[in-house]
Design a binder for this molecule. Structure first.
Ligand code: M6R
Length: 605
């Protein structure tokens, strides 16, 4: 959480920093700030509560051509949303920005007598004060000593007032990528802030110190040995991180799903069969295991649940889905007989990363399904299946979710085949249907206007209930998360058969109940549950196949999705549910892409 950026070079830093923060704002947006080291005027600092746009406005009076600076957009952890708590923090000759959490900041404050120096409530300012106390003229020596004392996670970019034009950086867990280009060097939490300047970049290795000057970046380990990082190339365009004519990133990302699915699925299909040769995942890993454990958070976990349903029902092997933050503290029963699949869009979610480490340490092989190249989870898992969704900027995850489902399906298909559970014909048939996922979404999106009208009705609701059975229940869980996070309407997901065991007491006149019923085998059961709520006054919206022709006694509105195998209808259903959440939030006049209290990348426990 939090977005950080640093630049030193031949161009005025102020504008580069603010533009960078605009790209990184999805990582946190309760306050923002920049610091520029100006040759003539010294350190110039500007902080503002609110969005980066507020900082841009406030920085208009910051008259500087300084070419070295750092910037930060904050998601508050320690200390409220105030200008004093916003970054950068300055103490003596040290000015720094930080992403992460310093767990022992209280102990450090006491032990090093720092309280006199502190003006904020943040853990970050303690690092600035500590560094300033330790500093005796050699930044690298001071950073080495300071880092040894820190417990927790951090990406730090540091300027020393007596070393103008230089930025020093170091990280543990929290991400940093850096690049050298013709007019300077730049560093940021992620690539979106770098690609306007360079397509070549490197991932900053943990516990290495960077010295960024105008024309080069020196990377050294903690002992001072020079290290040459691997240079990677960005394989997507800056335009994919812009709105491209859509009013919000979320809507754009919903519409990008057909292409994203194609990019994730097609490179893994060879002659109609699932194929992980390019990903380097040996068949033995899939063949030898007796069960699967799926670990993730939030939307990624919901994608894992969809995949788990399909794996269990088609392959008849046990699959258990775990919330990463619970898994890591429950002393899980896991060993080499289990394959652990980790899902994460960002590849940086702390709980997911730590859960993966536990699974690995107990002998389980790990396959991660990750969107962000070179991210920590991708690097630390035994094998990685990159989803190729392109940058997902809206905090509410959409395209990352459907590509994660498709990756789970690919694993299921290959596993079923190599284990001899699915015949070649069955596997081909499965893959053929999977390759139609994008088309299903395209067709569904043609119905957007109808969904928008329904959202207009929902926007007035206090509570919304989603119900479904089997795979549709897992879709309901994601639907209710999506609606809650961007519309702030209380929403609950229930297994349709479970409502009458308590929750039905909450159903009253006009409460919207959105039922998902795509599986013909259990369709009549869900219809009965819908009648139960409809007869108690609920406003019932049914999402089901076109072929179903429900009458007025069942629902008030019917959203049709293309007919077909329910395993693959999830893609169409997902698009409908995403649009319901999107249009409801928009109709309520909310900030769709940056919902309150949230951040895209959750790098705290
Ligand atoms: O980056 P990750 O996929 O690991 O993030 C996990 C969750 O924080 C994330 O899926 C979150 O629930 C969504 N942004 C909600 O839309």
């Amino acid at each position: 959480m939090c977005g950080i950026v640093g630049f030193t070079g031949e161009l005025p830093a102020k504008d580069i920093l603010i533009k960078g923060l605009e790209q990184l704002e999805y990582r946190g947006y309760d306050s923002a700030g920049i610091a520029v080291l100006d040759d003539k005027k010294g350190l110039m600092l500007k902080k503002k509560t609110g969005h980066v746009a507020d900082l841009r406005e406030a920085a208009k009076d910051m008259d500087t051509q300084g070419t070295c600076g750092i910037g930060h957009t904050r998601w508050a952890t320690h200390g409220g949303v105030t200008e004093a708590n916003a970054h950068p923090h300055n103490c003596g000759s040290v000015t720094l920005i930080h992403n992460g959490i310093i767990e022992n900041y209280r102990e450090l404050t006491v032990e090093y007598g720092l309280s006199e120096k502190l003006k904020s409530e943040t853990d970050t300012e303690v690092v600035a004060a500590l560094l300033d106390k330790i500093y005796e003229g050699d930044p690298i020596v001071a950073i080495r000593k300071t880092v040894k004392l820190l417990a927790g996670t951090f990406a730090l970019c540091i300027m020393f007032s007596d070393h103008p034009d230089i930025i020093y950086c170091v990280r543990n867990v929290s991400p940093l990528v850096a690049a050298v280009f013709d007019q300077g060097t730049i560093i940021a939490s992620d690539l979106t802030a770098l690609i306007p300047y360079s397509r070549k970049y490197f991932v900053v290795p943990e516990y290495h110190i960077l010295t960024m000057t105008r024309d080069s970046i020196r990377v050294e380990d903690m002992k001072g040995n020079k290290v040459t990082p691997e240079i990677l190339t960005v394989d997507w365009d800056i335009n994919s991180a812009q709105k491209g004519g859509y009013p919000h990133f979320m809507l754009k990302e919903i519409y990008e799903q057909p292409e994203a699915l194609e990019r994730t699925i097609m490179p893994r299909v060879s002659d109609g069969m699932p194929d992980f040769t390019e990903d380097g995942i040996p068949d033995e890993v899939l063949k030898g295991i007796q069960r699967v454990v799926v670990v993730a958070c939030g939307t990624a976990m919901h994608a894992g649940m969809v995949g788990a349903k399909v794996m269990e029902s088609r392959l008849r092997i046990p699959v258990q889905v775990e919330i990463a933050s619970e898994f890591r503290y429950k002393d899980p029963i896991i060993d080499e007989t289990a394959l652990t699949i980790i899902l994460s869009q960002s590849g940086e979610t702390t709980d997911t990363l730590e859960a993966m480490k536990i699974a690995k340490s107990r002998g389980s092989k790990t396959i991660s399904i990750v969107n962000v190249k070179g991210s920590t989870i991708a690097r630390e898992s035994d094998y990685v299946l990159y989803t190729h969704a392109g940058p997902e900027i809206a905090v509410a995850s959409t395209k990352a979710y459907t590509v994660q489902i498709s990756a789970m399906y690919l694993i299921a298909a290959r596993m079923g085949f190599v284990k001899g559970i699915l015949s070649e014909e069955e596997t081909r048939e499965f893959i053929k249907k999977l390759t139609g996922a994008g088309e299903l979404i395209k067709t569904t999106l043609e119905n957007a206007n109808n969904i928008k009208r329904i959202a207009n009705h929902i926007k007035m609701a206090q509570d919304v209930f989603y119900i479904g059975r089997g795979i549709d229940y897992t879709m309901s869980l994601e639907a209710s998360l999506k609606l809650k996070e961007i519309s702030y309407i209380h929403a609950e997901a229930y297994a349709a058969g479970e409502l009458k065991h308590g929750t039905i007491a909450l159903i009253s006149e006009n409460v919207p109940v959105i039922a998902i019923a795509t599986d013909p085998a259990i369709y009549p059961k869900t219809i009965s549950n819908m009648k139960e709520v409809k007869s108690r006054g609920a406003y019932v919206i049914l999402i089901s196949h076109d072929a179903e022709k429900p009458d007025d006694s069942v629902c008030d509105r019917h959203i049709r999705i293309p007919d077909g195998d329910p395993t693959f209808s999830v893609f169409a259903t997902a698009a409908v549910l995403q649009l319901i959440a999107y249009y409801t939030s928009d109709a309520r006049g909310l900030d769709v892409d940056k919902p309150r209290n949230l951040a895209k990348s959750v790098t705290v426990e």
